[in-house]
Design a protein around this ligand. Structure first.
Ligand SMILES: [Mn+2]
Length: 295
């Protein structure tokens, strides 16, 4: 019989592989969508990922390993739904820094993208050389959006004020963002948009070389093509595919030390579970790349 805790765990792991004490990886759920500007619903993202993860095979067929054996603990969802974004970001920061101090590997589930501002503040403290690999359809470089500097459309701009950021898969931005990026000559912000991906055979190497030793990966699921990932609040045509995303993440995992990541902006569609499942599997595969059980 499944106990209550097990049902709420990412991949529904037994206590042996999911207690906080024994787990290397800790999943932080951030159910929040207060600043969503198009479709709401990302508040339900973390729960949908957890639900889908219970249906996954825990043997990874690409990696020939059982990644869950590193231990994956799932925290209760952060109680942030009714908070203003600044307060949500503070809560994400304090949970993340606590886990980093305990030597854990945080995985954050959104919820909307603004949560990354909180997690990056914590990672910057723990890893001063941190850089961010940001996969997204949108540049998210607005200084302010709908009256807030903490809107999900400003997240990359806020990150760039904390540490270097390289974006990939982007294909939608405002004139203001374009003008802002044109003034950035110091190399703190790099972008490999979808046109670069189509034209640069070595785009993955370029990204990997541009990152520092310690890397945080922030994946807005709308980076994928909407035919593959329709369950997002702000879909954009012409996104990247499953295998090229995995190729990039595999390469970066080999070249650098990924120390944490988030998967955000899942806006579940009732009755359409393939998006939820993609998110759940993406997390598992990326954990497998980061923690190979065989050398
Ligand atoms: Mn986006």
């Amino acid at each position: 019989m499944e106990d209550k805790n097990r049902i709420k765990n990412y991949t529904a792991l037994e206590e042996e592989y999911s207690s906080l004490k024994k787990s290397k990886v800790v999943v932080i759920q951030v159910p929040y969508d207060k600043t969503a500007t198009y479709l709401k619903g990302a508040v339900n993202g973390p729960e949908a990922i957890i639900d889908a993860s219970k249906k996954m095979e825990l043997f990874d067929e690409e990696l020939n390993q059982e990644t869950y054996k590193i231990g994956i603990h799932t925290m209760d969802p952060l109680p942030v739904q009714d908070l203003p974004p600044e307060a949500m970001i503070d809560k994400v920061y304090s949970s993340t820094i606590e886990l980093l101090k305990a030597g854990k590997f945080p995985v954050l589930l959104g919820g909307e993208h603004s949560l990354t501002i909180g997690s990056i503040r914590a990672f910057k403290e723990a890893y001063p050389d941190i850089s961010v690999l940001h996969l997204d359809a949108h540049y998210d470089m607005r200084d302010e959006y709908f009256g807030s500097k903490f809107n999900h459309g400003c997240v990359a701009r806020r990150i760039s004020e904390i540490c270097p950021i390289i974006q990939a898969g982007t294909r939608s931005l405002s004139k203001e963002e374009k003008d802002f990026l044109a003034t950035q000559a110091n190399g703190r912000i790099k972008t490999v948009n979808v046109y670069d991906i189509l034209e640069m055979p070595l785009w993955k190497d370029f990204i990997s070389r541009s990152l520092s030793e310690h890397v945080y990966v922030s994946i807005d699921l709308d980076v994928f093509d909407p035919s593959l990932m329709p369950a997002v609040g702000t879909p954009e045509p012409g996104g990247i595919g499953w295998y090229e995303t995995l190729d990039l993440l595999r390469e970066v995992s080999k070249d650098k030390k990924i120390v944490g990541f988030d998967v955000v902006e899942l806006c579940p569609i009732k009755g359409q579970v393939s998006s939820d499942f993609l998110a759940a599997k993406l997390i598992y595969r990326l954990l497998g790349y980061i923690f190979p059980t065989k050398k």
